[in-house]
Design a protein around this ligand. Structure first.
Ligand SMILES: [Zn+2]
Length: 476
């Protein structure tokens, strides 16, 4: 995933300049080389090969001195194998899991200024598919483990890194597969997932760092109306398209209830100190025991804040009729919902049915593989993770040192592989050290790029943060 950013109303609140990267040159060079190598291995679902990327990274680890038995390449088929590597610690605690996906979203050469599968260095940026989502983070994880091994660093617990397939799509999700088939290899007390979280900058200057502590649930629903149809010269009121558009009108006017969790409360508390004026006052007002409805309505005008406060559903596709001169026999729409943790997909399906209040409109659940059914899953998504001090305090410390801004706990309104680990009882924290300008979010888009300096800062960040989380001290 990786695509959200805060709204632009906080634009004026720049507090500090980004520091120059503090990594020494050999590590920069190695990080650069691994990043380039990863971008240049096509890992799209259509034509790419995740296994090739996993093998290349395994070779890097072997070359760096990792024992063969600590490196595994496994998966359900030849193209979608995942890498699992373990750095042994002192065993004082249950392991820590680092997770990154190797696959990337499709990219067509003709849409791009540069070749998406060439690592192009231009004007202080690195261009290529995956530079934001998320081969930069994959490379950072790899180089950090290699540095730790070379230094002889012993973390207080084992650090396991998985680089996996099919986060963006495809039918071989690596995290799900590993949890079901090799749980023992990746079992951990908690996980860090840089696919979530953000270092938000404006022209390279830090605004805030967000840490995703929970995720919404993804669901698609198919709305369908059928009708005997007939000749369009003799229209009747009972028309499939009218039924469908009436239902969509009701959906447009319907708002799911306002609801805050511990994480989104913390988010608005922190944001109220970052925002200014009316927005800051509104955030304070919705946190009261009796939330101010007018304040909530004003905040809801911002799509990002709105998504933090409620489940959302929106039509994303529409298809109706079969001829210009015939009454429609069938009209369908896809409605995409992002559901707050604590609510099930079936609960939302029932809410849609009640909202439409039209028995002619059937509402069916569409599974991720496209199966359509009259019943949606009942599970309610994992509860937000607790903000563990041993994760949060080192994070706040390193973020303050590097960017001099706050860490804001947040909820991912998209979806990432964290849904699998959270559901499996491995609480997952979205933490990244790669800064992206809030008006330069290009994940999944054309000419995806990352500022070179941001990448190197990310290298520095994870080295320092991982050491702080595992009981070590980073060399200055
Ligand atoms: Zn991603």
């Amino acid at each position: 995933m990786k695509f959200w950013s805060v709204s632009l109303c906080v634009f004026s609140l720049l507090t500090s300049a980004a520091l120059p990267a503090q990594t020494d040159d050999p590590n920069r060079q190695l990080a650069h080389d691994i990043f380039k190598q990863l971008v240049e291995i096509n890992t799209t679902d259509s034509a790419g090969n995740v296994t090739a990327a996993a093998e290349a990274m395994a070779q890097r680890l072997r070359d760096a001195g990792f024992a063969a038995e600590d490196i595994q390449i496994l998966g359900p088929n030849d193209r979608k194998k995942n890498l699992v590597v373990r750095l042994h610690g002192r065993g004082a605690e249950k392991p820590l899991l680092l997770m990154g996906h190797l696959d990337v979203v499709e990219a067509r050469r003709e849409d791009w200024t540069t070749d998406p599968f060439q690592f192009v260095e231009k004007d202080g940026y690195f261009y290529g598919r995956g530079t934001q989502d998320m081969k930069s983070d994959d490379a950072i994880f790899l180089v950090t483990l290699i540095r730790f091994l070379k230094e002889g660093y012993k973390p207080d617990r084992d650090i396991i890194l998985i680089l996996t397939a099919d986060e963006e799509g495809g039918s071989s999700n690596g995290v799900d597969w590993l949890l079901h088939n090799h749980r023992e290899l990746i079992d951990a007390e908690f996980a860090l997932n840089p696919d979530n979280g953000a270092v938000d900058t404006v022209k390279g200057k830090a605004l805030m760092v967000s840490m995703d502590a929970t995720e919404k649930i993804y669901a698609d629903y198919q709305l369908e109306v059928t009708n005997p149809g007939g000749h369009s010269s003799l229209p009747v009121p009972d028309n499939a398209i009218y039924h469908l558009t009436d239902a969509l009108d009701r959906l447009q006017r319907y708002q799911f209830p306002f609801e805050l969790s511990a994480v989104t409360r913390a988010f608005f508390e922190q944001m109220s100190t970052v925002e200014k004026g009316q927005s800051a006052a509104d955030m304070k007002a919705i946190l009261k025991t009796h939330p101010d409805r007018a304040a909530e309505a004003r905040l809801a005008h911002d799509p990002f804040y709105n998504a933090m406060m409620r489940t959302t559903c929106v039509p994303t596709r529409l298809d109706a009729g079969h001829a210009n001169n015939a009454l429609p026999q069938r009209a369908t729409a896809n409605v995409n919902c992002r559901i707050l943790p604590g609510h099930s997909r079936e609960e939302v399906r029932q809410t849609l049915i009640q909202t439409f209040a039209d028995p002619k409109v059937t509402v069916r659940y569409v599974s991720p593989t496209g199966t359509i059914s009259d019943q949606a899953p009942d599970d309610k998504g994992a509860a937000p993770v607790t903000l563990r001090p041993d994760v949060m305090q080192p994070l706040e410390q390193v973020v303050t040192e590097m960017w001099k801004v706050k860490v804001i706990p947040s909820m991912n309104s998209g979806a990432s592989d964290g849904v699998y680990t959270d559901a499996a009882g491995i609480p997952t924290y979205g933490v990244t050290g790669v800064a992206i300008d809030i008006d330069d979010v290009r994940a999944h888009g054309r000419d995806e790029r990352v500022r070179a300096e941001s990448f190197y800062q990310g290298v520095d960040f994870y080295y320092r943060y991982l050491k702080a989380v595992t009981g070590g001290t980073a060399k200055p």
